[in-house]
Design a protein around this ligand. Structure first.
Ligand code: ATP
Ligand code: MG
Length: 172
């Protein structure tokens, strides 16, 4: 039985993440998905709550043939302690999937096997670019699964992002 671990901020979950999840599901019997920076929300870099991201992830996992556990992981802001923090919160896992150099480095220093996956259309499937599109009212819906579109529309996610990005109302 092999259990894989994959962590992201999923702000929001996009087609690149879905492709990664689909790939890992073929390699592992079970999957642990960590919601990174779970304590962050309502900001330009982290607009969505852990609960809202949980919905995006769970609905995507439901389309895959894999047993999965979704675990919110709050920031500890101490990289040297982060892998212990993750392990303290998650079901035990055998292999980490990551394309993020810091995540890879931290787990490899602990002797954990890390597998890299190909980047899928990174030019478009990137959280930062998708949030920028939302901010400037450009189309973004085609870059995320339909379930993510629904989760974002349910909470007026674009309106929230635009509002938290704007300055305080000018005083007279
Ligand atoms: P942001 O720009 O906000 O950092 P992101 O697209 O990098 O968003 P993350 O939640 O930071 O999304 O990514 C989680 C993991 O998914 C990381 O390991 C990242 O390298 C990987 N990843 C992100 N985009 C893709 C993609 N298009 N193809 C494959 N892996 C991806
Ligand atoms: Mg990233």
């Amino acid at each position: 039985m092999k259990r894989g671990f994959y962590v992201g901020r999923f702000q929001p979950l996009h087609e690149g993440h879905e492709a990664v999840l689909r790939e890992i599901a073929t390699e592992c019997d079970e999957l642990v998905v960590g919601i990174g920076s779970a304590d962050k929300s309502h900001s330009v870099d982290n607009p969505f709550t852990a609960g809202e991201r949980h919905v995006m992830i769970t609905r995507t996992l439901a389309t895959l043939d894999v047993e999965a556990f979704v675990v919110p992981i709050v920031d500890v802001d101490r990289n040297a302690l982060w892998t212990s923090h993750v392990k303290s919160l998650c079901p035990p896992f055998d292999v980490v999937y990551s394309n993020n150099p810091l995540v890879t480095r931290l787990f490899e220093e602990e002797g954990v096997e890390v597998r890299e996956l190909p980047m899928f259309n990174r030019a478009e499937y990137e959280g930062t670019g998708i949030r920028e599109r939302m901010l400037s009212d450009d189309p973004w819906e085609h870059l995320v699964p339909e379930t993510t579109v629904e989760a974002i529309e349910d909470v007026d996610g674009v309106g929230r992002l635009q509002e938290v990005a704007s300055d305080d109302a000018a005083e007279e």
